[in-house]
Design a protein around this ligand. Sequence first.
Ligand code: G3P
Ligand code: CA
Length: 268
Amino acid sequence: AKLQAPLLNPNKILNVAHRGASGYAPEHTLVSYELGEDLHGDYIEIDLQMTKDGVLIAMHDEKVDRTTNGTGYVKDMTLAEIKQLDAGSWFNEAYPEQAKAEYVGLKVPTLEEVFQEFGRGARYYIETKAPEVYPGMEEELLRVLTKYKMIGQNAPSSKFLVQSFSQESLLKMHALNPKVPLVQLLSYSGPATITDEQIAEIKEYAIGVGPSFKRIDRAYVEKVRENDLLIHPYTVNTKEDMERLLDWGVTGMFTNYPDLLNEVLKGK
Ligand code: G3P
Ligand code: CA
């Protein structure tokens, strides 16, 4: 994953390690991110929540219940309380065939700890989750990105992307710093379509879109690509689906198994 070439090039298929290599290790732990690197993911995907005392942490859900031994909302807990939790044992219980003793007692990382661990040798695909619950989340994200010297590069060579289902959150990021490369995640309840007007609106602030791979078809991918937006569908975990999406022309994808995607790409 230590690629030097600019990655936001439509000819380079991005392999995004979704929540780290979360098919093999407990999601959003440093171990899962490390494995994402080892399996040659190009980006570490990080979902963000914010603690009661305003610290950005890596977690998918608003509640700690599913991925730790605790209960309750992140917004109601301090970082010190979050740090008491075991973020690995649930994985061993849920996936006994993948269980490892080293996963017991893993901690929930802060965004800063992730940057401290992986630095500028890695790339990050960062999602503002539930931004309506966390006023100031975008400002805090920009503060941390600036502190770790991730800001200021142009989009093609940027060490990170910011993604969100929330257009409001992305527009806020864009207003705060228009250099930040953004990806609009899109949720569809049926077969996905996208209009010229929607594409034009997204192009005002974002460089790409991220729809569920289950909702899209070849025509959708071609339309997005003809309009020079990147398209990174989520979350693609079988070789068959990877092959099909590549055939349609996607420019990358989120996967829990970055090794599988690399095997598919090697065969191309
Ligand atoms: O961010 C892409 C994909 O991860 C969106 O879905 O729920 O896994 O964050 P989710
Ligand atoms: Ca995500």
